[in-house]
Design a protein around this ligand. Sequence first.
Ligand SMILES: *Cc1c(COP(=O)(O)O)cnc(C)c1O
Length: 466
Amino acid sequence: MVEDIRRNEEAGSDDEGQGRADAAGRRDLAVLAAVEQGLLTEAAPVVALLDVAGVRASAAALHAAFAAVTAPGTRVLHAFAVKAAPLVPVLRLLHAEGIGAEVASPGELGLARAAGIRPDRTVLDSPAKTPAELREALALGIAVNADNPQELTRLDALTHSAPTGSPIGLRVNPQTGSGSIGALSTATATSKFGVALRDEGARAWVVQAFLDRPWLTRLHTHSGSQGVPLALMAEGVRTVHELAEEINAAAGRQQVDTIDIGGGLPVNFSSDDETPTHAEYAQLLKSTVPGLFDGRYGLVTEFGRSLLAKHGTVLARVEYAKSAGGRAVAVTHAGVQIATRTVYNPESWPLRIAAYDAKGRPKDGPDVAQDIAGPACFAGDVLATGRPLPLLEQGDLVAALDTGAYYFANHYAYNSLARPGIHGFTTPGRDTTTHGVRFATVRAPQTVAEIVAESGGGHPDALVRD
Ligand SMILES: *Cc1c(COP(=O)(O)O)cnc(C)c1O
């Protein structure tokens, strides 16, 4: 492992895909250091670790991917989809790497502002924006993508009553079809998002809506997340570019000056390979929609999962190792509260699990099929069923890999389980021992007092007063 780390550092590559042994080496070192430095305790039997170098490398790879396909001078804003990792220090790290924010609620906007992300690097996309949210966004100068005709009517009134510097766009649904996970496919015929472009009369309506509103200058689409084939995503972007050209021809000017292509690059949850890469997607877009990259259009992207997922690890203690009906079961502290999608929909969201011993060293031994169970009180709270791993014992550790996006940062408060602490780690220089590993608190573990306070603890008599 140590040798792997050296070899890759010497190669000096921060290329996606090639950083594989690097990332696995950094992760093993961080697990060892987390145990040595006492991050895992009886009071904190589950923690989340975030690989800062990995996040930086993904951000750099995203910039490079689009720089390689755009004409010189093209305006490109990469806005991170905040829902994928709603954590202020993460947003600040991405900001330092030149990445803005895509927000979809007052809370997410608050996080982006707390991270110091400027309004002109922020995009508001929610499907249910209230008048108050719209007013605030317009007052701040944040880009707004309207979802539907009623929202455009609200914007008519708001832009009429107060001038705004906000670029305003319209989200369209190219209705190109579903990916493999229905719940995350936003370009189906009946999706709740955007103006359904293939519905009867919709296209003509959209063109007229732009002609009637000189301030409407952007088009937005997002075909979905994890499970949508790249070709389908690219097809959605092609549809929207074609629509922009049609609007601009009808307007006799470059009214649509920016196209927001959304996010949705899927992540490989089955190995340390980072595939597909941002570069592959950018190249596919360039070959599918060459006109998008000739310099006439500014671009906005909204990637979430592909920037963060591979860089997060959940580390949990095995509290008990038992056997039931001939099956080995490791009862751990990582379950539905940090891996909600995996627990409720294991076929769509399988996670890799790594086994470590109590000291945080990779565990060896013959593979034994075992269930990796969580701490919650329902039978389905299982991260992996019949998974071949070295037989886990009481006090060992399990790591749920690729959990940097939509997992530990999106806590689910079942059984009033505490939000685990999140620690960013760096492994500076060529030091391949744990001495070089530094942790920084991204989010402190939630305390029982905080859980009580959030659960009405401040007004226990609310329902029994006469
Ligand atoms: C969720 C979402 C994204 C990010 O999707 P990823 O799959 O995490 O890249 C981008 N844009 C919109 C509008 C979204 O809803």
